[in-house]
Structures are given as C-alpha cells and as structure tokens.
Design a protein around this ligand. Structure first.
Ligand code: ATP
Length: 299
C-alpha cells in the first residue's frame, strides 16, 4: 500500500446543456457536451488505522460526513471491504455551488486517489458505477476531457478532444439553487435547444470558432432572468476578446471562450475593471484540463 496519494481534479464546463424531458424517477433526461478546464482542486489521501478524517482549506463547505470527498472515501472503503481508515485533505480552488461541479471533482479525485493508494485496480466500469452512486456528474469528473453525457449525466461517450481554446471563468457573487433552476425550466413553454450534433461536428473538425458559436445552455434563460448580472458579464467578455460566453451548469458561473490566452486575459481584465464585477471570482485557464496524479509516496 502507498502511504499517501495526491491528485488534481478538474472543474468542468458544459459546452452544451440540453434537457430532453422528465423521467419517471423524477430526474431530467439530459444531453450535455462536457469539458474539463484547467482549474483544479487538489485531494490528498493518506492511510491511517481506522476512521475517516477530512480537512479543507475553506470553511465554506462542511468538512463532515455530508462532504462529497468524505462520502467517496466511505463508499470506496465499503466497496473494497478495507478495514484501514484515511486522512483526507482537500485544497479547494474551484468555486463552490458555481455550476463547475467542484464537489463532483473532489469525489472523483478521492476515488482515483484511493484506487492508487490501495492498489485496487478498478476498471472504468467500476469507477462509473461507484461514481454514479455519489452524483450524476461524478462519473464524468473521474474521466474528464471532452465527453457527451446522457441519461442523468452518467451515460458517457468520449468525443474528439476539443480545440485548444482559452477560457475565462467568472462567478458573480449570487447563489443559484440547481433544483430551483430545473423547476423554473419545467414551467417554461417556449425553449430554444442547443444543436448538440453541430457542436460535436465542430469539435471533430477542430473548429474553435464554430465550437464557440455553438455553445448553448437551456438553463441559462431562467437563471439570467433572475440574475441579469449574468448577461452583463457576458456582454463585457464578448466585447473584449471572447468569441462567445454563456453560463455553465445551473450557474451562476459564466464561461467565455477565446482563441488564445491573450484574448482571454484581455476579456478577464476588462471584466475585473468593471464595477459590475465587484465580488466576482475570475480565472483564466486553458480549455483542456488534464487530471493528474501529482504524487504517490511509499515508505
Ligand atoms: P454542479 O455543477 O454539479 O451542479 P456545482 O458546481 O453547482 O455542481 P458544487 O461546488 O459541486 O456545485 O457544490 C454543490 C453543493 O455540494 C454545495 O452546496 C456544497 O454544500 C455541497 N458539497 C459537498 N461536498 C462538497 C465539496 N467537496 N466541494 C464543494 N461542495 C460540496
């Protein structure tokens, strides 16, 4: 057994987010082109005698049994009937409750780290099954890259790698409840849907400008109506170097796509200088975030 394992787990954005209908189990049937970006939480896990201890660099999420990193550790130990305990440290950089699947990234990072720590040789199918027990976005978060997600988000197929664009992530200081956004969506009558096939074709052709023009999120309308600041951020980003900008997940984070790092920085700087962006969390990152095992120590 290794002594400790440290992994980086990336945030995701939805290049497209479509809702195809309601299911009998109450969930929505979705179709989403998912993409990891170069913004990471770091998860470190160390074996110890027994129990699960969790600490984090923030008090904004409880470091207790309700935490997704804790739940992932507990599920993993039960699945493999492991009697050891683990000490976990999560360094959060991904904004919380932002539409960037930060909690899923931590759960995914835990499963990957524990698989390495305990040499359990889990297969992709094992990871997807355990991940789905923790949350709809967790199976995707384990694998990352460019994928099409269907069902609740857990039915995954790998797409060609997205073109090497740059991204501005901007989270305004407002909160959005995912359940609220889906309820509001259900009450809408006239909905424009993304052209998912066109997005996949643009990715296949490596056409960054077309990818940017095809980004679309069906949940944006409801969230933007309640929080017009989302539209204001998008306009500033589009006017200052970004090819296009939309909301990720159920929000409130906006992501903007730019052809290169300079354009992305220019758009981010323009937003930072604007009074509407007071209290915003803003990042400039590459589009293609790669998960990484940073360190595995054995004694
Ligand atoms: P999604 O895009 O999947 O809807 P999100 O980015 O909107 O996710 P998260 O940051 O994953 O939201 O957090 C959603 C909720 O999960 C938070 O309100 C938080 O209390 C809870 N949570 C539990 N564990 C974690 C964790 N390790 N990191 C962040 N949030 C966590």
């Amino acid at each position: 057994m290794a002594n400790s394992v440290t992994v980086q787990s990336a945030a995701k954005i939805n290049l497209t987010l479509d809702i195809l209908g309601r299911r009998d189990d109450g969930y929505h049937e979705v179709e989403m082109v998912m993409q990891t970006v170069g913004l990471y939480d770091t998860v470190r896990v160390e074996a110890m005698g027994s129990g699960i201890e969790l600490s984090m660099n923030t008090g904004d999420v409880p470091a207790d049994e309700s935490n997704l990193a804790y739940k992932a550790a507990k599920l993993f130990l039960k699945e493999h009937d492991i009697k050891h305990g683990v000490r976990i440290y999560v360094e959060k950089r991904i904004p919380i409750a932002a539409g960037l699947a930060g909690g899923s990234a931590d759960a995914a990072g835990m499963l990957r780290a524990m698989n390495t720590l305990f040499y359990t040789r889990m297969t992709v199918a094992d990871f997807r099954r355990l991940g789905a027990e923790l949350g709809s976005d967790v199976p995707y978060s384990i694998e990352g890259g460019t994928m099409l997600a269907k069902g609740r988000g857990e039915i995954l197929s790998r797409l060609a790698e997205a073109p090497p664009l740059w991204v501005v992530l901007a989270k305004p200081p407002v909160s959005v409840s995912t359940a609220w956004a889906y309820r509001e969506y259900d009450a809408m009558s006239d909905v424009r849907h993304p052209d998912t096939a066109a997005m996949i074709s643009a990715i296949d052709r490596g056409n960054g400008a077309q990818v940017a023009s095809d980004i679309y999120n069906v949940l944006e309308h409801v969230t933007k109506k309640k929080h017009p600041i989302i539209g204001e951020y998008e306009n500033i980003l589009r006017a200052n170097g970004a090819m296009n900008a939309i909301m990720s997940g159920s929000g409130p984070t906006i992501f903007a796509l730019a052809q290169n790092e300079n354009d992305a920085k220019r758009a981010a700087d323009a937003l930072r200088c604007s009074p509407v962006a007071k209290g915003a969390e803003i990042f400039v990152v590459p589009l293609t975030g790669q998960h990484e095992i940073v360190k595995s120590d054995s004694k």
